[in-house]
Design a binder for this molecule. Structure first.
Ligand code: AMP
Ligand code: TRP
Length: 327
């Protein structure tokens, strides 16, 4: 049986934390064996908020390095830069004529990012979900692995695909979101009530993928814990629950196994080991990143675009033909 196809995108932000890795990239690495995988560095999405041009190019390469160092294998998966396949922008224009203002207005991410005075906000930010729908629909994507916050955009993608199909005939595959339970939300180390975020005011909120051993030790030591001294996984101990989740994902050990290891052992030992488990991932990861040159990475991205572009071109031609464009 043919493998199902997945597509996912990640914004070029160089400053990723372990929540981004555990919640997104780590899942991609696992999925690439089971699915035909296409991963996209979404620079066109990034410019929906102001970007410094030098930083945008640096971060575009850096995020690709992060993906490759984390285990995305260009032999198995295609990884490419969104703007290298111009069909994404062209299909977005077409989908703009299918999407309704009222649908885009309902998007939580838009409301969060635009704030109250949204009359002054760029149209690109409003239109962001149409571009995301184009990304997904160009490749007959069946499954879209994303964080919980993106599910609403996939629902809109499904709506647009169905609307197009019923107006112009079967054209698009209707994609399904795929949200993994574990790793879905890594919470802040200084505040387990909010998700870990690189825009947090304190650096003690997150562990960055570029943090060294010292920083990791410091941050884990300072991470808030709950009252009591037992290492147990419970909703009544949200801080510890978060730390156990992080441990479990990095060590590939179940929560039960971890609880068993730390019976009668207390927080100091647990935190000490947790810091080791995290650096056990970060040190070789950072070494791999340092070994990847910009040139090699750009070569991989260009090859990725060459591989997927024919699929995008074919789908766009089909769309245009059905709509009555002269080809
Ligand atoms: P962002 O940096 O918020 O645009 O997110 C990039 C990717 O990382 C998305 O797939 C998010 O769902 C995921 N992500 C961001 N923050 C977290 C977090 N604290 N826990 C788990 N996943 C996250
Ligand atoms: N909007 C997604 C995010 O911020 C990134 C993204 C862009 C994406 N295009 C996509 C994810 C297509 C999945 C499929 O995380």
């Amino acid at each position: 049986m043919a493998k199902k196809r997945i597509f996912s995108g990640i914004q070029p932000s160089g400053n990723l934390h372990i929540g981004n890795y555990l919640g997104a990239i780590k899942n991609w690495v696992t999925l690439q064996d089971e699915y035909e995988s296409i991963f996209c560095v979404v620079d066109l999405h990034a410019i929906t908020v102001p970007q410094n041009p030098e930083e945008l190019s640096r971060k575009t390469i850096e995020i690709a390095k992060i993906c490759l160092a984390a285990g995305i294998d260009p032999e198995k998966s295609a990884i490419f830069i969104q703007s290298h396949v111009p069909e994404h922008a062209e299909l977005t224009w077409i989908l703009n004529t299918i999407a309704k203002i009222s649908e885009l207005e309902r998007m939580t991410q838009f409301k969060d990012k635009a704030g109250k005075n949204w009359e002054g906000v760029g149209v690109g930010l409003f239109d962001y979900p149409a571009l995301m729908a184009a990304d997904i629909l160009l490749y007959d994507t069946q499954v879209v692995p994303v964080g919980e916050d993106q599910v609403q955009h996939i629902e809109l993608t499904r709506t647009l695909a169905k609307r197009f199909n019923s107006k112009f005939g079967e054209t698009f595959v209707i994609p399904e979101p795929y949200v993994r339970k574990e790793g879905m939300r890594i919470m802040g180390l200084d505040d387990p009530g909010k998700k870990m975020s690189k825009s947090a005011s304190s650096e003690y909120n997150y562990i960055s993928l570029t943090d060294d051993e010292n920083a990791v030790n410091r941050k884990i030591k300072k991470a808030v814990t709950d009252s009591g001294s037992e290492i147990i996984y419970s909703d009544s101990k949200p801080a510890l629950k978060n730390l156990i989740n992080i441990y479990s994902l990095f060590a590939n050990k179940s929560v039960k196994e971890i609880e068993k290891i730390y019976v009668n052992k207390g927080y100091a030992k647990f935190k000490n080991d947790l810091a080791k488990v995290i650096t056990g991932f970060l040190v070789p990861f950072q070494r791999k990143m340092a070994d990847l040159s910009d040139k090699v990475v750009l070569g991989i991205l260009k090859k990725g675009a060459e591989k997927v572009r024919p699929l995008a071109q074919k789908k766009l031609q089909e769309v245009k033909k059905k709509m009555g464009f002269v080809l």
